[in-house]
Design a protein around this ligand. Structure first.
Ligand code: ATP
Length: 452
């Protein structure tokens, strides 16, 4: 997909907003930060959790053909030999002898061939200082057992999928699911990326939401198409603009040797980053189950009772990054606009109401005449149903701006009339329309507008 730069680059502004308002902080910031590791603050953790909940509800809870799983991060080291990660999960790395910076050998900023005198270092600009590429494994290694020397090397998983493959028969037999069926899980994954960056786009610790759908060979392309369409619908349901979403079909060169077909769901992050993968939908054939069967020596075949046959199912995988989706939601929602009649513009995080961290903010217009008390009562009542905020400091205009900037879809103001007639003003973040609503109808009013 060409980078048409239809949308502006808002990344720097987002990084600053995210820190200022408690969405995302750099990890261990007081020590100077940890490279490409991020912490989710009070609002970020809510947004990310809402995204994970939507995925879990649509993939697991609302379906009778997908089961949930929460497999451990640490797995038997042989798993990663079987999966091909020990031998093949590598990136070609080049070093600059002069400035000590590291790059992926295929970094488009490198001019010339690394390891030859004609190459130029993209960082310090010296000629001939970049080493020839060496393969670098992206898996984090650690040790299991108390004595480092004699303990076995163990890996932090670089993807969650293997936990699903090794539990395929456990889940199938304990739930008596019949093929076709799926197993889904959400969990942390770790990759020692050479060139991480772009905020939470590529990090060394991240979360994946993965689902493996086990199907009868021969029906795989049907299910592949089905899942492609389902996953695109899910991204649209998050409020991501349709023209910022696209499919990218893996070319022959990109396709893994075992893969029968692969498409990425891409999102336009704006600026020069442009369209980038947020999810992969893959037809993996029976590669993974065959590998684990061979390496473990345990049969992983499915027994199809009605037809009295045994076979290794094919797998359709959907693998989406939770952090990358969170970034897409933030980028998609960020906008700056002028406000009629006001000199100061506003920054809005136009996040879909269903995933917004705070659903409504309650303001008393003044700090007297029983307004704060009424506003507090409304807050208590609504807080039992969804996250809300209470704010009585500064002008109403300022309070609106603060909520717009964090993406709160509704602001409720208690004013002089409220205490006598029991109604309040509800202001919509996007349309700026204000409606008079009976305080005791607020919960119903908001539920109708928050969406599923
Ligand atoms: P990329 O080509 O961007 O490195 P990938 O093809 O290696 O990604 P997959 O292994 O298919 O990615 O992982 C599935 C999803 O996990 C990706 O679509 C992405 O959303 C997420 N993901 C992968 N690596 C990272 C990372 N380092 N940081 C954040 N999210 C990641």
């Amino acid at each position: 997909m060409p980078n048409t730069q239809k949308y502006p680059d808002v990344m720097d502004k987002l990084v600053s907003l995210a820190k200022r308002r408690g969405y995302i902080f750099q990890s261990s910031e007081i020590y100077g930060g940890t490279g490409s590791v991020w912490d989710y603050g009070p609002l970020g953790v809510e947004l990310k959790r809402n995204i994970k909940d939507r995925w879990w509800n649509s993939m697991v809870r609302s379906r009778d053909d997908i089961e949930g799983l929460d497999a451990a991060i640490l797995m038997h080291p042989r798993v990663w030999e079987a999966s091909g990660h020990v031998a093949g999960f590598t990136d070609p790395l080049v070093d600059c002898r002069q400035c000590k910076k590291r790059f992926r050998a295929d970094d488009p900023k490198i001019k010339g061939t690394p390891g030859t005198p004609d190459v130029t270092c993209p960082s310090c600009g010296n000629k001939g200082t970049l080493s020839a590429p060496r393969m670098f494994n992206l898996m984090f290694k650690t040790f299991m057992g108390p004595v480092e020397e004699s303990a076995s090397v163990i890996y932090l998983r670089p993807e969650t999928a293997q936990g699903i493959y090794v539990n395929f028969l456990n889940v199938q037999q304990s739930t008596r699911q019949k093929v076709p069926f799926g197993i889904a899980q959400i969990g942390k994954a770790f990759r020692n990326e050479i060139t991480p960056g772009n905020f939470i786009f590529r990090t060394r610790e991240f979360e994946q939401m993965e689902m493996q759908f086990f199907v009868k060979p021969g029906t795989d392309m049907h299910w592949f198409e089905y899942w492609k369409a389902e996953r695109m619908k899910w991204h649209q349901s998050l409020g991501l603009a349709a023209d910022r979403l696209d499919f990218h079909q893996h070319t022959k060169e990109e396709l893994a040797h075992y893969a029968r077909a692969a498409f990425d769901v891409q999102f336009d992050f704006g600026g020069t980053l442009g369209f980038q993968e947020i999810e992969g939908v893959h037809n993996r054939g029976d590669f993974d189950l065959t590998q684990h069967q061979t390496f473990s020596g345990k049969k992983l075949e499915y027994f199809d009772q009605p037809n009295n046959e045994r076979f290794l199912p094919y797998v359709i995988e959907t693998s989406v990054g939770c952090d990358r989706t969170t970034l897409a939601v933030l980028v998609n929602g960020y906008r700056e606009e002028s406000v009629e009649g006001e000199s100061e513009g506003r920054v809005v995080l136009g996040i879909h109401p269903s995933i917004a961290p705070i659903k409504a903010a309650i303001f008393p217009l003044t700090k007297k005449d029983g307004q704060p008390e009424m506003a507090r009562r409304i807050e208590t009542d609504l807080r039992a149903k969804f996250p809300v905020d209470y704010d009585e400091t500064g002008s109403i205009g300022k309070r609106y701006r603060r909520q717009d900037e964090v993406g709160t879809p509704f602001c409720i103001t208690v004013d002089t009339d409220s205490t006598s007639d029991g109604t309040v003003t509800v202001r919509d973040r996007d349309t700026l329309k204000q409606e008079r609503v009976a305080a005791d109808r607020l919960a119903v009013f908001l539920f109708e507008r928050l969406g599923a």
